[in-house]
Ligand binder design. Structure first.
Ligand SMILES: NC(=O)c1ccc[n+]([C@@H]2O[C@H](COP(=O)([O-])OP(=O)(O)OC[C@H]3O[C@@H](n4cnc5c(N)ncnc54)[C@H](O)[C@@H]3O)[C@@H](O)[C@H]2O)c1
Length: 460
């Protein structure tokens, strides 16, 4: 729809929209990214990409974070995320396309502000909106006319209008006439090599048509395909649908693993056979439990909101129950294998391979390995871990393992009563692991191609 029609149809501030679009066209826009984590940093790369390739495109970005240590690292040209090279940050700084700060008064310098802060659960598994609210409050203090605010954090449908908007309007400015507002979910999948931030289509929902047009134009500078949708709520719910879909299907395949295991049937071989159907089947894989910042958490944002409408999200609750149980299933397998050696878990020496929640990433948030280690220790086992991407553990909100990765050598492998493969990192030499381990419990089918010593392997 031509912008001028908005004036007639929606009464929005047409001058504001046209100014915003003109600054994008002239590549004068500055994008502020709030929250420089696994989502924020790749987004900066997507916006600045053309600039670092020597092209004319690419927008300037300012990164904002409350964590001064992250800002200091970035300003020194150091990346703390495995798949964003430090050389990239250094090049951006040198070319003047990037700055990072803890000074939120600089929010005013930006044309668009994109919120990429955490949305975890509280101890009672309710949405913890404190980060989103704090960020909206910080923006509200510095909000100026003509800015576009976009929420990217994953959250329940309604957050942009019910939580972010009222906080922003405390500034005295009004959405539609003074500023633009949109929601666009992040679909980042760290460790993926076939898609990245630029090539994953970006769903965008606007508070009103001018906000949608502004947000779609903004993201067109960073991603190849923008998918405009009718409202913020549709964009919010689309993200939750994607994550619930994964959570529920993973729970189902985990349950099937337990059932088939009792029947002596290998679930991984069943999946390979089913996968040959060219339509109507999408393979999901079992594991030691759900991990990461999204799949174990986001569905509960929806079930929480559903309660307000007197509806129980039964699929989500059931999937949560099954997935939470998986590390305990693995521990019962560990106990069985040790039992065959005549050993109890107490005082058994166990090496857990892989601390990250999935292969080839350095992210241990919500990782089932943490539960496995804590529970094995709780039962008296002597546990070490190896993870090539996580040399030492750091304190998390709920956990503090205080451990350091041990070297993975034939000598160290031989020291343990059992090796538990929790994450199937590509760089592991599974032949070597099976050769030198006394017993292996494999939760990922990582040893599928190992030929020698298969009698030592138990799948869990
Ligand atoms: N990690 C993923 O793969 C992924 C994928 C899709 C969606 N998401 C969603 O994106 C959001 C961000 O996730 P993430 O993985 O990047 O989190 P993260 O923890 O890696 O990064 C969040 C950053 O926000 C900063 N922060 C916290 N409060 C702030 C504030 N008030 N102002 C500015 N910065 C603040 C933190 O210091 C941190 O650096 C979450 O809602 C998450 O569910 C994450």
């Amino acid at each position: 729809m031509p912008p001028v029609l908005y004036l007639v149809l929606y009464g929005g501030n047409i001058v504001m929209l046209q100014d915003f679009l003109a600054r994008i066209r002239n590549q004068k826009s500055i994008v502020g990214i709030l929250g420089l984590g696994y989502v924020g940093l790749p987004l900066i790369r997507a916006f600045t990409h053309a600039a670092t390739n020597g092209g004319d495109g690419g927008l300037k970005c300012i990164g904002f974070d409350v964590d001064a240590s992250k800002v200091q690292k970035l300003l020194k040209g150091q990346s703390y995320i495995k798949h964003i090279p430090s050389s990239y940050i250094q090049q951006l700084l040198k070319q003047g396309h990037f700055d990072a700060t803890t000074d939120f008064s600089r929010l005013k310098e930006c044309d668009a502000l994109i919120i990429c802060v955490p949305t975890p659960l509280t101890k009672n598994r309710d949405p913890d909106m404190t980060y989103v609210v704090a960020t909206a409050e910080a923006i509200s203090k510095h909000l100026r006319k003509g800015q576009l605010i976009v929420l990217e954090s994953t959250t329940y449908p309604g957050t942009t209008k019910e939580v972010v908007l009222p906080t922003l309007q405390r500034s005295g400015l009004k959405v539609g006439t003074d500023f633009l507002l949109a929601y666009s979910p992040e679909r980042e999948d760290p460790g993926r090599t076939d898609f990245d931030t630029q090539t994953i289509p970006k769903v965008v929902g606007g508070y009103d048509p001018p906000s949608l047009e502004a947000a779609a134009a903004l993201y067109s500078c960073a991603v190849k395909t923008v998918v405009p949708v009718e409202s913020c709520e549709i964009a919010e719910a689309a993200k939750i649908l994607e994550n619930c879909y994964r959570c529920i299907n993973i729970a189902f395949i985990n349950e099937l693993k337990i059932i088939l295991d009792k029947m002596g049937i290998d679930v991984w071989k069943v999946i390979e056979a089913a996968k040959t159907k060219p339509f109507g089947f999408h393979a999901f894989y079992p594991g030691p439990g759900l991990g990461g910042h999204c799949i174990p958490i986001d569905p509960f944002y929806l079930s929480w909101k559903a309660k307000r409408y007197d509806v129980t999200a039964r699929f989500i609750e059931l999937a949560g129950e099954l997935n939470v149980y998986m590390p305990y299933h693995v521990i019962s397998k560990v106990a069985e294998v040790l039992n065959e050696q005549g050993k109890p878990i107490k005082n058994a020496k166990i090496l857990v391979l892989g601390l990250a929640y999935k292969k080839d990433v350095d992210d241990l948030r919500e990782s089932p390995s943490i539960i496995l280690i804590e529970q094995l220790k709780h039962r008296g086992a002597k546990v070490d871990y190896n993870d090539p991407f996580i040399p030492t553990t750091h304190k998390q909100r709920e956990h503090d393992l205080k451990m350091t990765s041990v070297a993975l050598t034939p000598t160290t492998l031989k020291k343990y009563d059992l090796v538990l493969i929790a994450t199937d990192h590509t760089q592991y030499d599974y032949d070597l692991i099976v050769k030198h381990a006394k017993a292996v419990v494999d939760t990922r089918n990582a040893t599928a191609r190992v030929k020698a010593g298969r009698q030592k392997i138990t799948k869990a």
